[in-house]
Write a protein that binds this ligand. Structure first.
Ligand SMILES: *Cc1c(COP(=O)(O)O)cnc(C)c1O
Length: 393
């Protein structure tokens, strides 16, 4: 008999009932150090007082009104994002995949309104992840996500990650946009080198192609800058955001330049919930903290500390681990074992991590995890590594 919850996940038998900062508490009382943060969602950990009071205050006033009316919290959050980024304008969604939908629609309509309706092709990359909507799975294109869900949304051209020749061969007059994650998350914490992001920007400028960045996982302070592309010193035309921006409340956004977004006039797009007062009140509280230069400086310092600890872990277990990779607090342990085995052993040692493709275990702690917690978490991973070795021998 099919379970009452549609079984699309292989769930671990853990039932968290409470969160405190970087700690998750299981129904049986066990405490886990959380290096998953809801897959880079709980940017400020669990039950952060500023987020709790922002949500609570807004909940007592007004939960939801339609986008048929002005929403001051949404206006405030859009103003903050515009002030802190390349963007001139913002549309709010409830998830990363909804942001993907709008990014794709905007790119296509841009060319339609520019008198080049043939420029519908969007170039994407191997190992990418853009969500589970029809546009998201067609964009990523992996068989694992698309099998049985055809006919797929047409117009995506997939290029292997890191293959410059294939990229150049994929560019023709029908290409209207390039869509890429500055740091691949699900794909195994693969960092797009700064020079490659600059190269994509230059290619876009030269051939008049829009650059769409998916910063759903790597944005909102995760790499030690508010947005990951800032490291390369170039800006996109359109950017997808979600995950960390709501700190755990469902919220996403598409940020864009005026040039790219001017085609999206009244009636061309909408969302019932997108940008509602509750979500945006929390989003403002998240950004008030995460967008501060001092906070981002702290993230970079903590990231250096975690990276150093993980290098030590790799050095101590060269039979299990190959390398540490990633950017800021978006780090991956490239494994010689099945990453799921380490994640599983971590549960037994009171530490939460997340597997990714390419044999990687992801570490995506809250951006405010303390150095003591980082140190304790890596100790627990060290025990987990021993447990994996014992189980294998
Ligand atoms: C998680 C993720 C998405 C999809 O976000 P949802 O909120 O699950 O729809 C899209 N792109 C990237 C890079 C992601 O990590």
């Amino acid at each position: 008999m099919i379970p009452s919850v549609l079984p699309t996940y292989n769930r671990a038998p853990l039932h968290f009932v409470k969160g405190e900062g970087s700690w998750l508490i299981e129904a049986d009382g066990r405490r886990f150090l959380d290096f998953g943060a809801g897959i880079a969602v709980n940017a400020l950990g669990h039950a952060h007082p500023a987020l709790v009071s922002a949500l609570d205050e807004q909940a007592r006033k007004l939960w939801h009104v339609s986008n048929l009316y002005e929403i001051p919290q949404q206006q405030a959050l859009a103003d903050r994002l515009v002030e802190k980024s390349f963007a001139d304008t913002v549309f709010f969604t409830n998830s990363g995949t909804e942001s993907c939908e709008l990014a794709v629609k905007m790119a296509r309509r841009y060319w339609h309104e520019s008198g080049r309706p043939d420029r519908t092709t969007i170039v994407t990359f191997g190992g990418s992840f853009h969500g589970r909507s029809s546009a998201g799975i067609a964009a990523a294109g992996s068989e694992k996500m698309t099998q049985g869900f055809g006919p797929l949304l047409p117009g995506f051209r997939h290029v292997p990650w890191g293959d410059h020749d294939a990229l150049h061969a994929a560019i023709d007059e029908t290409v209207g946009a390039i869509l890429i994650e500055p740091v691949q998350g699900e794909g195994g914490i693969r960092v797009l080198p700064d020079r490659c992001l600059r190269g994509l920007r230059a290619l876009g400028d030269e051939r008049d192609i829009l650059l769409i960045l998916d910063e759903v996982q790597c944005g909102i302070g995760r790499t030690g800058r508010l947005f990951a592309h800032e490291w390369a010193g170039v800006t996109p035309d359109i950017m997808m955001v979600a995950k960390g921006i709501g700190g755990g409340f469902p919220l996403g956004a598409v940020l864009a330049t005026e040039r790219a977004a001017a085609c999206m006039t009244a009636g061309t797009h909408g969302s019932t919930y997108g940008g509602n007062p509750l979500a945006c009140a929390v989003g403002c509280a998240v950004l008030d903290i995460v967008a501060e230069p001092d906070f981002l400086e702290d993230v970079r310092r903590r990231a250096g500390y975690l990276r150093q600890k993980l290098e030590g872990l790799v050095g101590a277990h060269p039979d299990l681990f190959e390398e540490v990779r990633g950017s800021g607090l978006m780090l991956g342990l490239k494994c010689r074992i099945a990453p799921g085995d380490l994640v599983q052993a971590g549960y037994g040692c009171g530490v939460i991590t997340v597997p990714a493709a390419d044999n990687v275990v992801r570490l995506l702690p809250a951006l405010n995890m303390t150095e003591d917690e980082i140190s304790e978490g890596v100790n627990r991973l060290d025990f987990a590594a021993d447990a994996v070795r014992d189980a294998l021998s």
